[in-house]
Write a protein that binds this ligand. Structure first.
Ligand SMILES: C[S@@+](CC[C@H](N)C(=O)[O-])C[C@H]1O[C@@H](n2cnc3c(N)ncnc32)[C@H](O)[C@@H]1O
Length: 246
């Protein structure tokens, strides 16, 4: 095991200590988050196993068979019914990430945690794309509308690398739109993810607090954030990210 893999293993062990009871992992695909034996986890994905295999033909590992086929923004779980929600490399795939965060908050029990891992564009195929400003998310949220075509065009341009206006560009765009390919709708660096989480606390009034915030860097190419839904008797804590770095 290389140094990076060993550190990631250790980090996952530290994160897993916050998981108890029963919860879900959304979009595990080929990489289940390693949960402790004592917890129960249900796997949720937007597609059934065969469709996932077809959609992600490039994935050579075994694809996780979802226990529940549902959209991440319409989970069939009662409010305040889960001890944890895990979403690793999923938030950026959703057209309305603020609504998703609200929904995930709603299904958590008080004291329950959301574990988020979000790729940092500086270390991924998104490197050439612009960071998505928070204002963009808020506007799409308020207008209840997301310009799907524009997001896909940006993907074909800056990730696939076809020049706009060429036949290759149009062909690829058509294919991806028709197959509803799971692109990264939005693109962030770690600081943006922190800003989004703060927005959910201060403006959306979601009563949760960060208990882990790890920035991206050379071996951890993603931002790791864990938010805990506060219990009614807990004191409100503000601006505590400064103590949570690793
Ligand atoms: C890039 S994969 C993440 C795989 C793995 N969790 C990881 O960390 O590498 C994204 C996963 O999210 C799922 N997904 C994307 N959009 C979704 C949605 N709207 N609802 C539920 N799952 C979704 C995909 O089907 C896929 O399984």
């Amino acid at each position: 095991m290389g140094k990076g893999a060993a550190l990631r293993w250790l980090e996952n062990r530290l994160l897993a200590r916050h998981l108890r009871g029963h919860g879900i992992e959304i979009g595990a695909l080929w990489r289940k988050f390693p949960v402790p034996h004592r917890v129960t986890v249900y796997y949720v994905d937007r597609l059934q196993n065969e469709d996932l295999q077809q959609h992600y033909a490039e994935v050579s590992q075994t694809v996780v068979n979802p226990d529940v086929v549902a959209d991440a923004m319409q989970l069939p779980f009662a409010p305040a019914s889960l001890n944890f929600v895990i979403a690793s490399h999923v938030l950026e795939h959703l057209p309305f990430p603020l609504a998703a965060l609200r929904h995930w908050y709603d299904v958590l029990l008080p004291g329950g945690v959301l574990l988020l891992k979000v790729p940092d564009k500086r270390y991924t195929f998104d490197a050439k794309r612009e960071r998505t400003p928070l204002e963009h998310l808020i506007a799409e949220q308020e207008e209840q509308g997301c310009d799907k075509q524009a997001h896909f065009e940006d993907w074909v341009d800056r990730v696939v690398g076809h020049r706009r206006g060429t036949p290759e560009f149009q062909q690829q765009l058509k294919y991806l739109l028709e197959s509803d390919y799971s692109i990264h709708y939005h693109v962030w660096v770690d600081e943006d993810v922190r800003e989004i989480a703060e927005y959910t606390r201060t403006e959306m009034r979601l009563q949760w607090r960060p208990i882990v915030f790890w920035r991206a860097h050379s071996y951890r190419k993603e931002c790791v954030l864990m938010l805990q839904r506060t219990r009614p008797d807990e004191r409100k804590s503000e601006g505590i990210y400064g103590n949570l770095h690793l």
